[in-house]
Design a protein around this ligand. Structure first.
Ligand code: EPU
Length: 451
């Protein structure tokens, strides 16, 4: 096995300006929504991330014409057709998005095949909520060793559902299925992340009737026809926060064009409490604006955070933030309540000199689903510690970005293996590092060291 290695000469602050484009966790889903329309859709602000290629391949395999013009995609679903299992397998790759094709394909064709899912290994990541919801809509689901075969002998019917946990993917599954089902669907305990609200905006443009009520209740009235949409994807708040953490950990100064304050309020509070400085550049209607993040000098202050569903502190912000916490004075506590296994990446930070101890107990105000079980899902970080260079192997997307930040903050030259995993979620990653003056270079692919 070979991998891509980034050689990182650390110890210098990142300074400069970068742009974030459409959210990785919205764009592929809005592309899936295009399948529900009778006419073409146009999606703008497309990032250069792997899931866009995956969904493009899957849409094309199902007869959708996809044309890319710069950062805009035009998708024409007027001739949707069944794809072969082989074709679907070729395109699905290591992504979790294919599961969201279920509802749209069942409406269009009466059948769907979904291969085994990939995605970051940050927990078991089951799909039981998805399958239960699809069954309640009236779909037949057969699990086979190669994947899921689904059929809808009759039109799917609206239903009453309550998710055991406000899952982002399962909420999207319900939305993409309910909009064309017969009658009303009521979803309780829904996720309400900004990417979900943006997907609802897309569906509303297509002709859907969706009401977001208080207390995580979403009501959808099925319609007989949806048309295409024209939409500009909301900016990637997860990527913006990653660069903010890089600014703090390297004592730098980064202006993130496109970063949006409303979607990042919880993150901004944490960033400020930790001692980071930021300034929102609001250029008003039509202006892009952004947020400048910097280290104002002096000490950072240790703090306690708990990840949670929106509007809480997003789990995808946690890993990059932990690197900044290694530079804060005192004891910081992180309680990860969304994924049971999202702190394993800290082992490598410990080899770089960080003081991090993991615990099975819930070290936070809220007892979570993982508390009485065998998951190391809380961390105590004692800082500040000087980080030194290391040989690093990227475990997952956000963990990978946090290794990169650690390597950039550390004294000496690190080698970061498996960098292609980061490129999957951070568009134009090399260009951004260059724009921030990072001292990095690619090394020839080589064999992966044992972990
Ligand atoms: N869950 C179940 N059963 C299900 C579905 C989810 O038990 O059927 C559990 C999961 O195991 C997890 C929790 O519910 O413990 C939340 O999972 P969720 O379904 O919300 O996650 P997801 O839809 O698979 C998306 C993002 C993740 C992000 C989460 C939480 C995409 C492609 N992925 O995943 O993003 O962490 O929501 O906000 O949208 C990332 O960007 O690095 C990333 C992992």
């Amino acid at each position: 096995m070979t991998d891509d290695v980034l050689v990182v000469h650390g110890g210098s602050p990142l300074r400069g300006e970068i742009h974030v484009r459409g959210a990785k966790n919205l764009v592929p889903k809005a592309m899936v929504a295009a399948l529900l329309g009778e006419t073409p859709s146009t999606l703008r602000n497309i990032p250069g991330v792997r899931d866009v290629e995956v969904v493009t391949g899957l849409l094309e395999a199902h007869g959708v014409t996809v044309v890319r013009n710069g950062d805009e995609l035009v998708m024409d679903p007027t001739r949707v057709e069944l794809a072969s299992v082989d074709e679907i397998n070729v395109h699905a790759g290591a992504s979790r998005i294919p599961i969201l094709f279920c509802g749209p394909l069942l409406h269009r064709l009466g059948h769907a095949f979904i291969p085994d899912l990939g995605g970051c290994r940050i927990g078991d990541r089951p799909i039981d909520f998805h399958l239960e919801a699809l069954r309640q809509f009236g779909a037949t689901v057969d699990k086979t060793p190669d994947g899921l075969h689904l059929s809808a002998p009759q039109r799917l019917r609206g239903t009453k559902l309550e998710l055991p946990y406000p899952s982002v993917g399962a909420t999207e599954q319900v939305l993409l299925t309910a909009v064309r089902a017969e009658g009303v669907t009521e979803l309780r305990n829904a996720a309400v992340e900004p990417e979900i609200i943006d997907l609802i905006a897309v569906l509303q443009k297509m002709g859907a009737l969706i009401t977001v009520q208080t207390d995580r209740v979403i009501r959808i009235t099925g319609v007989d026809r949806l048309d295409g949409y024209v939409h500009t994807a909301l900016p990637d708040r997860l990527e913006a926060a990653s660069w903010a953490c890089a600014a703090l950990a390297t004592r730098g100064d980064i202006y993130v064009h496109g970063a949006s304050q409303v979607d990042m309020m919880t993150f901004l509070n944490v960033f400020r409490s930790l001692g980071g400085a930021f300034e929102v550049d609001d250029r008003g209607p039509g202006g892009l604006g952004g947020i400048r993040f910097w280290h104002p000098g002096g000490d950072l202050t240790a703090m306690a955070i708990e990840t949670a569903v929106h509007p809480g502190f997003q789990t995808d912000w946690q890993q990059p933030l932990v690197v900044a916490l290694t530079q804060a004075s005192g004891l910081s506590i992180v309680h990860e309540t969304v994924y049971e296994n999202r702190l394993g990446f800290t082992d490598a930070l410990v080899t770089m000199g960080a003081h991090i101890q993991l615990y099975r107990e819930c070290l936070g105000g809220t007892p979570c689903r993982f508390g009485q079980r065998n998951f190391q899902h809380s961390a105590v970080i004692s800082g500040p510690t000087k980080l030194h260079a290391a040989e690093l192997v990227i475990p997952d997307l956000r963990g990978g970005f946090s290794y990169l930040i650690a390597a950039l903050a550390a004294e000496g030259t690190s080698r970061v293996h498996g960098i292609e995993l980061i490129q999957r979620g951070y568009g134009d990653f090399d260009g951004k590092l260059a724009a921030l003056g990072a001292r990095v270079e690619r090394s020839a692919p080589e064999s992966v060291p044992a972990q």
